[in-house]
Ligand binder design. Structure first.
Ligand code: ADP
Ligand code: MG
Length: 224
């Protein structure tokens, strides 16, 4: 029965996801169809239409790209990697965006951290999702702290601490639900994907938040 339960849980999640994706993609498609018609009728403000169409296409692209992360590659190669290097390269990837938004990353890490068995790109993807959320929660900029330390001799923990607007209780309960977003241009897929990746790594993912004070996301991963 447990296996059955687990399977039916999975099915309903897939059903939810499929419905969500279809819905999220249908909206921009409807818009695109409408504008195609305007263009066909010889509309005057072509440039304006073009910009809207482009941004709708980009939205479809973003949603499909995020969904692809969920489709597992044939071979997931878990390899021992330095979490320190993964964090550093993630910071390099989003640094330009951080500078534009007046955000500083402050990294503190223990020396001689053990390696983590992981699929590096997936872990990077999940950290990027978390740091993007942290930045988006601080529209006026500020400091984001990243801490790395070992927990016992079997795990490594990464904390992402922002001083953004925080997450109210009701939203906290819905975190990780597909397409749950409070942002005008959000996809509501980031946390769900991050959750899935950490789960695949047999890790733990915990979010603590206080409205008006900020959010701490903790990721704990088994180490070698
Ligand atoms: P998206 O970023 O596209 O909205 P996510 O799944 O990444 O989707 O996040 C879902 C929601 O959780 C966000 O819309 C936001 O309301 C909330 N959230 C996540 N991380 C944070 C954070 N660090 N600070 C404040 N709110 C957050
Ligand atoms: Mg996000």
């Amino acid at each position: 029965t447990e296996e059955l339960l687990r399977r039916s849980d999975k099915m309903s999640l897939i059903g939810q996801l499929a419905a969500g994706v279809a819905h999220e993609i249908r909206n921009p498609l409807t818009t695109l169809k409408g504008f195609m018609q305007f263009l066909h009728q010889g509309a005057a403000n072509k440039k304006e239409y073009y910009d809207i169409m482009m941004s709708e296409l980009e939205r479809i692209e973003l949603i499909t790209t995020e969904m692809l992360v969920l489709a597992k590659p044939h071979f997931i190669h878990y390899q021992p990697k330095s979490i320190e290097n993964i964090i550093k390269s993630v910071i390099t990837l989003i640094e330009t965006q951080a500078i534009i938004n007046n955000i500083q990353f402050v990294v503190a890490m223990e020396k001689h951290l053990p390696l983590v068995l992981c699929e590096e790109n997936q872990l990077k993807q999940s950290f990027i999702n978390l740091l993007k959320n942290a930045m988006e929660a601080m529209p006026d900029g500020g400091q984001i702290n990243i801490q790395l330390f070992s927990v016992g001799d079997k795990a490594v923990r990464v904390l992402f601490h922002d001083r953004g607007h925080g997450i109210p209780q009701d939203a906290l309960a819905r975190l990780g639900e597909p397409f749950f977003t409070t942002k005008e241009k959000g996809t509501g897929l980031g946390i769900m994907i991050t959750n899935k990746i950490i789960e695949d790594h047999h890790g733990q993912f915990v979010v603590e938040s206080k409205v008006g004070e900020g959010t701490v996301v903790s990721v704990t991963l088994p180490s070698t």
